[in-house]
Design a protein around this ligand. Structure first.
Ligand code: NDP
Ligand code: 8X3
Length: 256
């Protein structure tokens, strides 16, 4: 019988655990017996998860854009959660869907600060320990937006292309260390993602998911759980996951 890892041996960090993919992933691992540290800026959501999941979940209010807060908090985890061996750097966002010449520069800056710099701070605060211990797994939430261009994807897709290439470069650096790296690249997942992208416009965000079947946070959490519980000699570099109702854009041709 094929031997998967025992999830109760996993000490998992999930950034962006207050909603969507991160919340589903925190639930998936904690319910399977792992210890899970969940972060985000909305403390009330983290406390609710702690109430739901019990003492195997440790809430940590954290803005990933604040490097000193990230470094300090992750160096001071309670004993049961220290010695992380899964780091899921998931916190991120898209802001706006305007063409580049009408996009807001502050939206672009916020995406770079969160999706790129926040992710780098998370990795830098946790990777040396995993290398030292000879065991670990870094998982990113990339996106199909980092693989395929689409109108309005401009800076958001750029940040996710960064994540994809950074993941591959980490794999190159970490060969032989016992630390593995996976970039999950989902298509459309129904979460608070579009509500955030459209700056709280619920009518507009609802239209994204109307009359179709998108992926759910649970769908992605299940893929992550699989990647993280494969035996330690197996590394899934990239995993691109679309709902069956979605695929690539055709080429655009302007005529006339
Ligand atoms: P949600 O908006 O539901 O969740 C985003 C999470 O990121 C929240 O927990 C939020 O927490 C956290 N977050 C955002 N900014 C910060 C910050 N500065 N500091 C700490 N936490 C932060 O969306 P998703 O679950 O869909 O998004 C998760 C990841 O998945 C993102 O990286 C997104 O780009 C990616 N993705 C999403 C897809 C989709 O279609 N939904 C498809 C492909 C990728 P809080 O606000 O409490 O801080
Ligand atoms: C989220 C998927 O296609 O909305 O990363 O950019 S998409």
């Amino acid at each position: 019988m094929y031997q998967m890892l025992d999830p109760s041996t996993l000490r998992v960090l999930v950034t962006g655990a207050t909603s969507g993919i991160g919340a589903s992933t925190a639930r998936r691992f904690a319910r399977a017996g792992a210890h899970v540290v969940g972060t985000g800026r909305r403390a009330d959501r983290l406390i609710a998860l702690r109430d739901e999941l019990g003492p195997r979940f440790h809430p940590l209010e954290l803005d990933v854009r604040d490097n000193s807060a990230v470094t300090t908090a992750l160096a001071a985890l309670p004993e049961a959660f220290a010695g992380l061996n899964v780091v899921f750097a998931n916190a991120g966002l898209a802001l706006g869907l305007e063409p580049a010449h009408r996009a807001r520069l502050d939206d672009w800056e916020d995406m770079v600060d969160t999706n790129i710099k926040g992710l780098l701070y998370t990795v830098r605060a946790t990777l040396p320990g995993m290398v030292e211990r000879g065991e670990g797994h870094v998982v990113f939430t990339g996106s199909v937006a980092g693989d395929y261009p689409y109108p309005g994807g401009n800076a958001y897709g750029g940040t996710k292309a960064f994540v994809k290439q950074y993941a591959l470069n980490l794999i190159a650096d970490l060969a032989g260390t016992g630390v593995r790296v996976t970039n999950i690249e989902p298509g459309m997942v129904e979460t608070e993602f579009s509500l955030v992208r459209f700056h709280g416009d619920a009518d507009r965000s609802d239209t994204v998911y109307a009359n179709t079947q998108p992926l759910s946070g649970e769908d992605i959490a299940e893929q992550i759980f699989f990647c993280c519980t494969t035996p330690r000699h197996v590394n899934i570099n990239r995993l691109q996951v679309f709902p069956t109702a979605q695929t690539f854009s055709p080429f655009t041709i302007k005529r006339g």
